[in-house]
Design a protein around this ligand. Structure first.
Ligand SMILES: C[S@@+](CC[C@H](N)C(=O)[O-])C[C@H]1O[C@@H](n2cnc3c(N)ncnc32)[C@H](O)[C@@H]1O
Length: 227
């Protein structure tokens, strides 16, 4: 269970690391990215951070009425009460909720922006049922911004089976190709651009989709508007 990994000791170390990240360019770039997503709205916004951890991106948000942070780990949430750059957080109110994003219920149309960094297609599968739930939580015109781990990331084990499957995939048509791709994505525990497009299809219009290199992984990074 994920909350067992993110115990008190881990959460304390994670929070200490937050204060060192100002020197890390890829972190600063993500902070600017999430701020830029907020700027796409013409009005103040209600925001949900899915798997917020210690709240290391809270200070990047702009013009926020209500910020909700959801996380399965109580120790991570305890650290999120005093997040990095707390004096620069532009939110009218912050609510921290201990819960599982796969089962927690929010009312329909609660948020203008749902974002999730370092969680989906990494710790929790990015799949259609999750995307449907997020679409329901968003207001009309709301946005979903998230990262995935790209299966091309150097830290993803390149087993012989994965190498062969990746090589033959472009030549495998129809349902067999879809099934093979799903296996390569480990059912949503990785997410390449094809996988992201499939999960969002019909529910969201993609505004931006690119690869992004953090200090840990090669990621997919997407901003999508509720269709
Ligand atoms: C790598 S950390 C990322 C935290 C934060 N988003 C960040 O970028 O610093 C992953 C977080 O996802 C949370 N998490 C994992 N599975 C979850 C689930 N099913 N529901 C809610 N949170 C979950 C963990 O507790 C942890 O805080």
């Amino acid at each position: 269970m994920m909350s067992a990994l993110y115990d008190e000791q881990y959460a304390r170390r994670y929070r200490d690391r937050d204060d060192e990240l100002d020197a890390v360019g890829s972190y600063q770039e993500l902070v600017r990215w999430i701020g830029g997503v907020c700027d796409r709205f013409a009005h103040p916004i209600d925001v949900l951070d899915l798997g917020c951890g210690t709240g290391r991106y809270f200070w990047g948000l702009r013009r926020v009425n209500m910020l909700t942070g959801l996380d399965a780990s109580a120790p991570m949430l305890a650290e999120a009460k005093t997040p990095t750059h707390g004096d620069r957080i532009a939110a009218g109110r912050i609510d921290l909720i201990n819960g599982d994003l796969s089962s927690h219920q929010f009312s329909r149309g609660s948020f203008d922006l749902v974002y999730s960094i370092g969680v989906l297609a990494e710790h929790v599968p990015l799949n259609r049922s999750l995307v449907e739930r997020i679409a329901a939580w968003l207001k009309p015109g709301g946005r979903f911004a998230f990262t995935t781990v790209d299966p091309q990331s150097p830290d993803v084990p390149k087993t012989a089976a994965r190498r062969i499957a990746s090589a033959v995939l472009p030549a495998v048509p129809g349902d067999a190709g879809r099934r093979l791709h799903e296996r390569l994505m480990a059912g949503g525990m990785y997410g390449d651009q094809r996988w992201i497009r499939q999960q969002l299809e019909g529910l969201f219009t993609i505004e931006s989709l690119e690869q992004y290199q953090s200090d840990v992984h090669l990621h997919g990074r997407c901003v999508a508007v509720k269709a």
